[in-house]
Design a protein around this ligand. Structure first.
Ligand SMILES: Nc1ncnc2c1ncn2[C@@H]1O[C@H](COP(=O)(O)OP(=O)(O)O)[C@@H](O)[C@H]1O
Ligand SMILES: [Mg+2]
Length: 472
């Protein structure tokens, strides 16, 4: 692949050394580096030996055997690493760390291949799993030619990281396809998406009206091949201004249907329709992101120095949510000397910051949760536990009517619970073959509702004030 030509083995060795250190607690030895470098260039043991002053037999019998076994563990992903398969394994490692290698100094206007990168692209550190999601997204972009894709999910589940990883892979595979890749981060509800886009593309405007700006943006979209990410879109949902939302809706109708070959990827805690009140069914694909699968989450914990059979339980308790796992592992190191077992002996659930601030927003921001949705969540929190079965839809409605005295139509309840599902606030269980759907809550959300740390849960949709710090 073209983009591998510039890869520098010394930089790859640095990354490999970091990995080896994490896994084994030691750095690569000089003789091992010599062997890796020689193998990278396709040299045999004799050549490597004569270039380095080591004895060929020593390299082959003493160094190589142990090195390949160790590298199989560290970077093999289940496939043994040998001299001949070292380069593909290193390329895979390089691919995973592409930004560190090639574009780690990304600034506004930096070029990768023929693609100009602009905006506040986040730096990606270690990244695990998500192969299925990435290949689905690539298919939506390259094969199905979708113009607009929304990645939704709770705070901290990994939307931003996934979008950044996706860009990284697209850039690596097709560095010359897009003219611009632009990353726009929405910081707060007062951000103006139009201005941000106009500035990002350096479009000159002669007239400030929204119609004019929309027109110019679409023209630009038709003329250039672009990949655009709008990250943190839910923040725009805090704008009360109805007109502004309609303007955004119009823009997205054009972006998703217009005559162009570009793609806009949006990350949002809320489904797009809830942010811009789309009145029309937009041809927008969405991907609801759940936690990491167990294998990936396990690698994440192992690399953070957590081991043992209790790790599985830790992953399950946090539903594979990477930011929750990050915080939990920091805490386990800090308070329990890195023992997951001891953590469970003092069994407690602590909610991480990102999920917590999302829940503050859901319960605190007026208009986000209806009274029915709020009551459903409270009822589920009070009536289920980690070990109890989920509750059937019909029983939830009955409980709302009888216990809470809430007059609620079936249609209203269905809509309410669908929205909770879309926002990943409830967990859904469908028995295969049968129609019945049951609902429960993940442990951290249940705990938040029961503890209600900021007194936001049991308030009705009256005027609520939450501090700015919570919203960010
Ligand atoms: N696939 C992943 N592998 C490793 N860490 C991840 C992964 N996805 C997310 N994280 C970590 O979890 C945290 C939250 O991720 P982020 O993408 O910011 O979530 P979101 O955008 O959904 O709020 C970050 O610190 C990030 O490094
Ligand atoms: Mg994010």
């Amino acid at each position: 692949m073209d983009s591998y030509k510039n890869l520098d083995i010394d930089k790859i060795l640095e990354i490999l050394d970091e990995r080896v250190l994490q896994h084994t607690g030691r750095h690569l030895l000089k003789s091992e580096r010599v062997l890796i470098k020689g193998s990278w260039y396709g040299r045999d043991y004799k050549e490597i030996a004569s270039n380095s002053g080591y004895n060929a037999d020593y390299l082959h019998r003493e160094v190589a055997r142990q090195l390949w076994a160790m590298l199989s563990e560290v970077i093999g992903d289940g496939i043994p690493v040998k001299k001949i398969s070292l380069k593909p394994a290193l390329l895979k490692l390089a691919k995973k760390n592409y930004f560190k290698l090639e574009v780690s100094k990304l600034d506004n206007n930096c070029l990768v291949g023929k693609t100009r990168i602009y905006g506040e692209l986040p730096k990606i550190g270690s990244f695990y799993g998500r192969e299925r999601e990435i290949s689905k997204l690539k298919n939506q972009i390259h094969v199905l030619k979708r113009r607009c894709i929304v990645i939704t999910g709770v705070g901290g589940i990994g939307k931003t990281s996934l979008a950044a990883k996706l860009l990284e892979e697209i850039l690596l595979e097709n560095p010359n396809v897009y003219k611009d890749i632009v990353w726009i981060k929405i910081h707060s509800s007062v951000d103006n998406l139009f201005t941000k886009l106009i500035n990002a593309f350096d479009i000159e405007i002669d007239n400030e009206s929204i119609e004019n700006q929309t027109l110019l943006l679409l023209k630009y979209f038709q003329l250039h091949r672009l990949l655009l990410v709008v990250d943190g879109f839910e923040k725009l949902g805090q704008i009360a201004n109805f007109e502004k939302r309609l303007e955004y809706e119009k823009l997205f109708i054009q972006l998703s249907e217009g005559n162009h070959e570009n793609c806009t990827i949006i990350t949002s805690q809320l489904p797009l329709e809830e942010v811009i009140y789309a009145t029309k069914n937009l041809p927008i694909d969405s991907l609801r992101l759940e936690g990491l699968e167990e294998r990936a989450a396990m690698r994440m914990l192992n690399e953070k120095g957590l081991w043992g059979k209790e790790c599985k339980e830790l992953i399950k308790m946090h539903r594979g949510n990477p930011s929750e796992l990050e915080e939990a592992s920091d805490r386990i190191h800090r308070l329990f000397g890195g023992s997951v077992k001891t953590f469970f002996d003092y069994r407690t659930t602590v909610i991480g910051q990102l999920l917590q601030s999302m829940l503050h927003q859901q319960f605190g921001q007026p208009g986000l949760l209806s009274d029915v949705q709020r009551e459903i969540m409270i009822y589920l929190a009070e009536s289920t536990s980690e070990s109890s079965p989920p509750i059937q839809f019909y029983n939830i409605i009955e409980a709302l009517k009888k216990q809470i005295g809430l007059e609620v139509s079936i249609a209203e309840a269905i809509r309410a619970i669908e929205i909770l599902e879309q926002r990943s606030l409830v967990e859904t269980y469908r028995k295969s073959g049968k129609q019945e759907v049951s609902y429960s809550l993940q442990p951290l959300i249940r705990k938040y509702i029961l503890v209600d740390p900021f007194n936001l849960v049991r308030r009705k949709t009256s005027v609520l004030q939450i501090s700015n710090s919570i919203q960010e």
